[in-house]
Design a protein around this ligand. Structure first.
Ligand SMILES: NC(=O)c1ccc[n+]([C@@H]2O[C@H](COP(=O)([O-])OP(=O)(O)OC[C@H]3O[C@@H](n4cnc5c(N)ncnc54)[C@H](OP(=O)(O)O)[C@@H]3O)[C@@H](O)[C@H]2O)c1
Length: 225
């Protein structure tokens, strides 16, 4: 059975993707800092199909241990979804919070690159698939958004990585969600996408035959009439 590793699996898009991946026949290795939430998800999905791994993506050692634990339990990794990320506190550069910028860069950029480095040998072995969760904010200019800048870094890195891995059989997909109604926001977003909508896009990308590389998927809510 193929194994699907997800960072940021304790909530929102990551948790929805875990459910969808199990539905599509994968075993799932679920990583995040909130062990209690991961354990609840494992209880829901079944311990034969899912495992929880406590991991702070800003620590490379944690991410190496995450991959070791997933391989020890499930024997292989076929898909890795680097999804963990955090948003901005405050507005722009003038109104932003320097400590929040540090944590955003460490999580959204460095943490994502650490995930790829930690998992790469296993993904090359399985000729598998790497997905990076960027954002629509990594394709447009949101005025003064340091969060947007971290997602532009994800877009650029994803394109570099696809070039680096050309010829290995490994596929790289950039997922670029518009607004999604998840705990990422402190208030409900009724007009936004649902986490399941992005999970569906992820499953579409990984379900293509080996000769098809879904390079980028920009998924947006349909504008209201
Ligand atoms: N919601 C949107 O509108 C939207 C749009 C475009 C892109 N995105 C991106 O989608 C991804 C998932 O966001 P979401 O909307 O699903 O938000 P969410 O519900 O807040 O989920 C974020 C996940 O990231 C994990 N995480 C954060 N910091 C971490 C760290 N240092 N180490 C390990 N895990 C960490 C969280 O787990 P713990 O706190 O348990 O560690 C949580 O599981 C993010 O990269 C976000 O930028 C979201």
């Amino acid at each position: 059975m193929k194994t699907f590793l997800i960072t940021g699996a304790s909530s929102g898009i990551g948790a929805a993707t875990a459910r969808a991946a199990v539905g599509a026949g994968y075993r799932v290795a679920l990583a995040a800092r909130s062990e209690d939430k991961l354990k609840a998800l494992v209880d829901e999905l079944g311990a034969d199909r899912a495992m929880a791994i406590a991991c702070d993506v800003t620590s490379f050692e944690d991410q190496q241990a995450m991959v070791e634990k997933a391989v020890a339990a499930f024997g292989r990794i076929d898909v890795a979804f680097a999804n963990a990320g955090i948003g901005s506190k405050g507005q722009g550069t003038a109104g932003g919070d320097p400590e929040n910028w540090r944590q955003m860069v460490l999580t959204n950029v460095l943490g994502l690159v650490y995930t790829v480095r930690a998992v790469l040998a296993e993904i090359e072995k399985s000729r598998g698939h790497i997905l990076l969760n960027g954002s629509r904010a990594g394709r447009i200019a949101l005025p003064g958004s340091v969060y947007g800048a971290t997602k532009w870094a994800v877009t650029g890195y994803g394109q570099n990585l696809r070039e680096e891995l050309a010829g290995t059989g490994v596929r790289v997909t950039l997922i670029e969600p518009g607004m999604v109604d998840t705990p990422f926001f402190s208030e409900a977003k009724p007009d936004a996408l649902k986490a399941e909508d992005i999970a569906n896009a992820v499953i579409y990308a990984v379900s293509q035959p080996p000769h098809v590389s879904v390079a980028e998927l920009l998924v947006m809510p349909t504008p209201k009439a």
